[in-house]
Design a protein around this ligand. Structure first.
Ligand SMILES: Cc1cc2nc3c(=O)[nH]c(=O)nc-3n(C[C@H](O)[C@H](O)[C@H](O)COP(=O)(O)O)c2cc1C
Length: 339
């Protein structure tokens, strides 16, 4: 079974002294396996199989952690007797097992394993584990995950400024979730300069009336999110470094990634009549209406103009990386048209 959840936090005493917390695991993968009792045949075999593959797990940046209700001295005897280099943690009151869903309704440990990624996100889990071959199966899954995580983030690759939209409603909680994601963006001194107004219903009709012909496609959108800010809402540093636009840009990026994860299109546009939109949404005159983000579900490309349909169905267009990235000196950036 696979999951994609934030792992519940824990701090547990470890065989060999000290404590290990979830925080300590960040930056490396963690195979966290729950087992009922050190020294029993099944638990010994499971530990031995993980131990036998220790070098392979380490090569994939993974740490293997066994958690059981055994007291620390029992874990230390187990590790010594079986020559285990794994991290063995004592969860004497079974709270961590409960938090990870590794307890039966009767309170017994259900042999289970979770695979956490380098950010502490649960990416895979196994319930009612059969010991023989389990470690090898976890290793095989880790190998796939590791390779996938070294590639570009699939949500970033999947996101496009799509224009073909369905007129189907997007529920309010989903729209709110998008703004929640945006609101997790970093900002200078944590100033959080973004202000979002979600246009829905009558206000939406007024916003749509402020779109120019070229943005005809946005008129099908079930919601449009306006993003406004003011330069006083964020850091103003020397060299004209006003950071409010930067912060709002990052927030928009987060919103788009969240939308992609939720199967939505979130397409920022600059083409609108700002005075009319500000008036429609009650945005104060001194604020900058930075963008409108057109939100909807993917729709039929046949609703688009020929030019837009071609863009919609065509490959993504990007300058070569060498035009936007250089090592050590700007002078090495490849000059492209318009640079
Ligand atoms: C600030 C900004 C303004 C944009 N304005 C419009 C717009 O008014 N109309 C439109 O159709 N697309 C607009 N776009 C979408 C871009 O054309 C699109 O992001 C770009 O072509 C790259 O394509 P991609 O996002 O699919 O990779 C805008 C994008 C940004 C970030």
């Amino acid at each position: 079974m696979s999951l994609f959840l934030h792992a519940p936090g824990f701090v547990l005493p470890s065989a060999g002294g000290g404590e290990v917390s979830l925080r300590d695991l960040r930056g490396r993968y963690a195979v966290v396996y729950f087992y009922p009792r050190a020294g029993t045949p099944g638990c010994t075999q499971e530990a031995a199989e993980f131990q036998a593959l220790a070098a392979e797990f380490a090569a994939l940046e993974a740490r293997v952690i066994g958690i059981s209700p055994d007291p620390v001295p029992a874990l230390e005897r187990f590790a010594r007797k079986r020559g285990l280099g794994l991290t063995l943690l004592s969860d004497s009151d079974r709270t961590v097992a409960r938090a990870y869903g590794a307890l039966t309704p009767q309170g017994r440990i259900e042999r289970s394993t979770v695979l956490l990624d380098r950010a502490g996100v649960v990416r895979w889990s196994w319930r009612r584990v059969k010991v023989g071959g389990h470690a090898a199966e976890v290793l095989a899954t880790l190998r796939v995950l590791h390779a996938a995580d070294e590639a570009l983030n699939p949500l970033l690759v999947a996101r496009r400024a799509y224009r073909a939209l369905s007129e189907e409603e997007v529920p309010k909680p989903a729209l709110e979730r998008l703004v929640e994601a945006a609101h997790l963006a970093p900002s200078c001194f944590n100033n959080q300069p973004w202000r979002f107004v979600i246009a829905h219903g009558e206000a939406l009709a007024k916003v749509k009336a402020a779109l120019p012909g070229g943005n005809y496609w946005a008129k099908r959108a079930p919601a449009i999110v306006a993003l406004a800010s003011h330069r006083d809402l964020d850091c103003k540093l020397s060299d004209n470094r006003d950071y409010f636009l930067f912060g709002c840009g990052m927030a928009t990026g987060m919103l788009m990634v969240q939308a992609t994860q939720m199967g939505l299109v979130a397409h920022p546009i600059a083409g609108y009549d700002p005075l009319a939109v500000k008036e429609a949404l009650g945005i104060p005159a001194e604020y900058v209406l930075i963008t409108l983000i057109v939100v909807g579900r993917p729709g039929d490309p046949n609703t688009l103009s020929d030019k837009h349909r071609e863009l919609e169905l065509g490959p993504r267009d990007r300058k070569p990386l060498s035009a936007v990235m250089a090592w050590n000196t700007f002078r090495d950036l490849e000059r492209t048209e318009g640079a």
